[in-house]
Design a protein around this ligand. Structure first.
Ligand code: FE2
Length: 469
């Protein structure tokens, strides 16, 4: 019998895709270095942590049962807690000992009768393992089904559905609406007449307001969108679905999408005030998950996005491939400059280094011209370094350490910061040689290490989190 370690070729690190079962609370993690005294608050993250249920394993990285992780900073110390998000999907898996809800690329085993029943009342998963937001005083974990899960940031206990989503699919990457302090997000309404929609949820509201919509016949997979002061920016990559197939195909959700490069990439702009839509503006076919930022420059709209040549990245991230160390497509930071007058879209790669899981100084720079983005990159293998991109000078700097694999670097602005990059980055890093993870604190300007706090176990590779003061 071969072990996971023996079959790993080196492209993918050990432990990052191993399930984590234990839940714990630790008052003070061992800290090396000096935490900035001004750093007070919590980094809360979500991500998949358990891919095996009963005798089955989930198929895809994105399928794992959600776990919350919280690092709290106070008085130069760091406490840590982790807890599974107790959703319907999690409770059913624990009680029945089997996968009960359909995930991104995994369906429960169903009899023919159950399949027919599911067709008429689909059990949408609430496994919110992608991202979370703080909306007003509420913490809300999210995935791409319309079931945002509120939770208590102190106990990490789930607390029900946060608000209604006006559609069948949504994103886990909403934007802040500065005017209302509410949240703007996308929804796809699927049915005989499908449409792309944007909606606003005010801080204390449970009902959304649809602010713009546009009919669509073959909706594209959407993971995020861009926001400028005037526009909601949708990048319609040609990875599309025929809506009835989602209900009728009997295939897991993402396997219903088809790569249709002849459609190209189509940008749609939705006016935030009037709801008016313009476009589509066409570019060559690409695929992407994450907008980095967007802004207006005269009558042009600039959208910076981490892209892949095609949707093959979705295949690359199946768990069996990742656990076997198979290669993964590399992300590129690209700028799309959309001339709303002529309709032309110019595309330019901003830095040579691959970059994904991008973050910016959001409070200061979202919707506006900016200079810096931070993310994770690699030299061709798995994501193993933190990258700082200077999108004005078109250059990048990196932090890396042997056998260490950082996650999304979250920027936290320093007190009274003047420079856009004045602050720290917080990243959960897997030390594959030791088999555990640590929270890394870097100076966001220089990428110099300020401190690290060791966690006694590994934290499976996750996606996104937020810092809340
Ligand atoms: Fe994401």
């Amino acid at each position: 019998m071969t072990t996971l370690a023996e079959t790993t070729t080196g492209a993918t690190p050990r432990h990052g895709f191993d399930s984590l079962e234990g839940e714990t609370q630790i008052e003070a993690l061992p800290v090396n270095g000096e935490l900035p005294p001004w750093l007070q608050g919590s980094l809360v993250r979500t991500g998949p942590a358990k891919w095996e249920v009963g005798s089955r394993a989930m198929n895809h990285w994105f399928d794992g049962l959600a776990m919350l992780h919280r690092f709290s900073f106070a008085g130069g110390e760091v406490s840590y807690a982790n807890r599974f998000l107790e959703t319907k999907a999690y409770r059913a898996a624990m009680e029945k000992g089997e996968i009960t809800y359909s995930e991104f690329a995994t369906d429960p085993c169903r009899s023919l009768y159950q399949r027919v029943t599911a067709m008429f009342s689909p059990k949408l998963t609430d496994n919110a393992n992608v991202n979370l937001v703080k909306l007003g005083e509420r913490f809300i974990a999210m995935t791409e089904t319309p079931i945002p899960v509120q939770f208590d940031a102190d106990t990490l206990a789930a607390a029900g559905v946060a608000y209604d989503v006006p559609g069948t699919l949504t994103t886990a990457h909403p934007h802040l609406d500065r005017a209302t302090k509410g949240m703007l997000n996308y929804a796809a309404k699927l049915g005989p007449r499908s449409s792309y929609r944007f909606f606003l949820v005010r801080p204390d509201a449970s009902s959304p307001e649809v602010v713009a919509s546009k009919p669509v016949r073959r909706p594209a997979y959407m993971h995020s969108f861009g926001l400028t002061e005037r526009w909601l920016v949708l990048a319609e990559f040609p990875f599309v679905v025929n809506p009835p197939s989602l209900a009728l195909s009997g295939r897991p959700y993402i396997e219903n999408y088809r790569w249709r490069p002849e459609l190209g990439t189509r940008f749609h702009l939705f006016d935030r005030g009037s709801g008016e839509t313009v476009g589509p503006f066409e570019a060559d076919a690409r695929f992407g998950f994450h907008f980095v930022n967007a802004y207006e420059d005269g009558d042009e709209v600039v959208a910076d996005i981490c892209t892949f040549p095609d949707a093959g990245i979705v295949q690359d991230l199946y768990l069996e491939r990742l656990r076997a160390g198979k290669p993964v497509a590399q992300p590129a930071l690209e700028r799309f400059r959309i001339a709303t007058g002529s309709g032309a879209v110019a595309v330019e790669r901003l830095i040579d280094e691959p970059m994904e899981l991008p973050r910016i100084n959001y409070g200061r720079c979202n919707e506006r011209p900016y200079r810096y983005a931070w993310g994770v990159g690699s030299d061709g293998g798995w994501l193993d370094r933190i990258v700082k991109a200077d999108v004005v000078e078109r250059r990048s700097t990196t932090w890396l350490q042997d056998d260490c694999y950082p996650g999304e670097p979250v920027f936290v602005a320093g007190p009274d910061a003047v420079g856009e990059d004045e602050g720290v980055l917080l990243s959960v890093v897997l030390d594959a040689s030791k088999g555990n993870s640590f929270l890394l604190v870097l100076d966001a300007a220089s990428l110099e290490e300020l401190a690290r706090a060791e966690v006694p176990h590994h934290i499976p590779f996750g996606f996104h989190g937020q810092f809340a003061a």
